[in-house]
Design a protein around this ligand. Structure first.
Ligand code: PLP
Length: 480
């Protein structure tokens, strides 16, 4: 493909994307295909000779689209939103066009510097303390874009582990490092995302999973008691991962209490995972949900969830960037450059070396919508969630299972888990609506999230009508 054809095909692709997004509501939300469906439709080997572009695009519509789950669909209410917007798509397109690999400042100065600036912009908008900002006088912190929240949790746990091992090694210089490692204990709530467990597996450290209270919120006393117990057993608490906006029910750990408790354990790294909810803190009225952030060593949120930015764009801020990078620095000669001491090299802030120009899309989004436009978007989703909550509350056969603070409503039919499982599977099989379940406080609940960028009140009402229709059928069957 030369640039003349790229111009033509690029225009066609924009047209295809616009048509796709504008007519999405006419498709099934979820595909009705079986595993292996695509293997039967595509050849088993790559073509030896070049193929015609039109033929490739025909196959997109005929073979790929039937197997796509449409996350931007107005009746997709599963998981959390997958951020998407035209400015963001254009940002990714430009980043792909530039095609630089910004692992160090020298590898592409604008790629590094824009990331630092944009992360400071977003950090300020969210209301993070100044010590998380890279360009604030006297600050030792800063922000970085990672691929996912899982990676944010992993790198902060790696940094905390390196710091703890260094300290233990200084205290016990003749004890083997493997033995010291076996003493380290990390903590999180049962409601924390499974990525904390995965990070502990990768870091080869123990993880103590703690019971939250009846509102799915981890409390300070629970953490404090667990750490004291573990210390008595000769273990070394080194890392706590808290969550603001849990995946299951968008619950909030009690950060002020936990931070206060951790004053007794000053060497413990406190991480705050706000993958979904963190984006909403750009709204002044939601900033109280961030209370206690002053105690944290690191904080992450995913603009690629709830800030109209396409995957991947997971933002992480740390209080002390040296503590992060000292766990991750490797410095071969071929990566050194003349400004290594004066500039940020983001390759030291994460696992991969190569990095895409991801800040472009976030910059485009922040500039095109402005903070006010993004606040409007967040508030719109919250309003839709509140509308859904009201509909559920009006029907006495149902109950609400979470405190609806943001865009997620958890609900269930009053009845057995089995009945609710049947309700959800019947709805999902219909292809008209898509939701996923969660287990919160050991109860099966159904999650309904406001997801589509331009979802309307009618979309919410329509979704509720489908839920009620299926529930009526099920309950009627149960009676006979
Ligand atoms: N943390 C929380 C609170 C989440 O809700 C999620 C995903 O929904 C994750 C972490 C994992 O996110 P990622 O897919 O970016 O790793």
């Amino acid at each position: 493909m030369d640039s003349t054809e790229f111009r033509k095909r690029g225009m066609e692709m924009v047209e295809y994307i616009c048509n796709y997004l504008e007519t999405l509501g006419e498709r099934r939300v979820t595909p009705s295909v079986e595993p292996g469906y695509l293997r039967h439709l595509l050849p088993s080997e790559a073509p030896h000779e070049p193929e015609d572009w039109d033929q490739i695009m025909n196959d997109v519509e005929d073979k790929i689209m039937p197997g796509v789950t449409h996350w931007q669909h107005p009746r997709f209410h599963a998981y959390f939103p997958a951020g998407n917007s035209f400015p963001s798509i254009l940002g990714d397109m430009l980043g792909d066009g530039i095609g630089c690999i910004g692992f160090s400042w020298a590898a592409s100065p604008a790629c590094t510097e824009l990331e630092t600036i944009v992360l400071d912009w977003l950090g300020k908008a969210i209301g993070l303390p100044d010590h998380f900002l890279a360009l604030k006088e006297g600050s030792t912190g800063g922000g970085v874009i990672q691929t996912s929240a899982s990676e944010c949790v992993l790198v902060t746990m790696l940094a905390a582990r390196a710091q703890a091992l260094k300290r233990l090694k200084a205290q016990h210089p003749f004890v083997e490092e493997g033995h010291l490692l076996s003493k380290l204990m990390a903590y999180c709530s049962k409601e924390a995302h499974s990525c904390v467990e995965k990070a502990a597996m990768i870091c080869f450290v123990k993880l103590r999973i703690l019971e939250p209270d009846e509102n799915a919120s981890l409390r300070g006393q629970t953490i404090g008691e667990a750490m004291e117990e573990d210390e008595l057993q000769g273990l070394v608490p080194f890392f706590v991962s808290t969550t603001l906006g849990t995946t299951g029910s968008c619950a909030f750990d009690n950060l002020p209490e936990i931070g206060n408790e951790l004053k007794k354990f000053p060497c413990v790294w406190l991480h705050v995972d706000a993958a979904y909810a963190g984006n909403s803190f750009i709204c002044p009225e939601l900033k109280p949900l961030l209370k206690g952030i002053e105690y944290a060593d690191s904080f992450n949120t995913n603009p690629n969830k709830w800030l109209l930015t396409n995957f991947d764009c997971s933002t992480l801020w740390v209080r002390d960037r040296i503590r992060l990078t000292s766990a991750l620095v490797v410095d071969p000669l071929y990566l050194k450059h003349g400004y290594s001491d004066a500039a940020i090299d983001y390759r030291h802030w994460g696992v991969p070396l190569s990095r895409r120009f991801r800040s472009l899309k976030l910059w485009f989004v922040l500039r095109s919508y402005g903070i006010s436009g993004l606040q409007h978007y967040i508030r719109h989703h919250i309003k839709l969630a509140k509308r859904f909550e009201e509909l559920v509350l009006k029907d006495k056969r149902f109950e609400i299972c979470n405190q609806v603070k943001l865009g997620l409503v958890c609900f269930r039919l009053k009845g057995s888990d089995k009945l609710n499982e049947k309700l959800l599977s019947t709805i999902n099989e219909s292809g008209k609506l898509h939701m996923v379940p969660a287990s919160v406080n050991d109860r099966y609940i159904i999650r309904f999230c406001a997801v589509a960028q331009n979802a309307t009140a009618e979309d919410i009402d329509y979704a509720w009508d489908i839920i009620v229709d299926v529930a009526n059928e099920l309950l009627e069957k149960e009676q006979h």
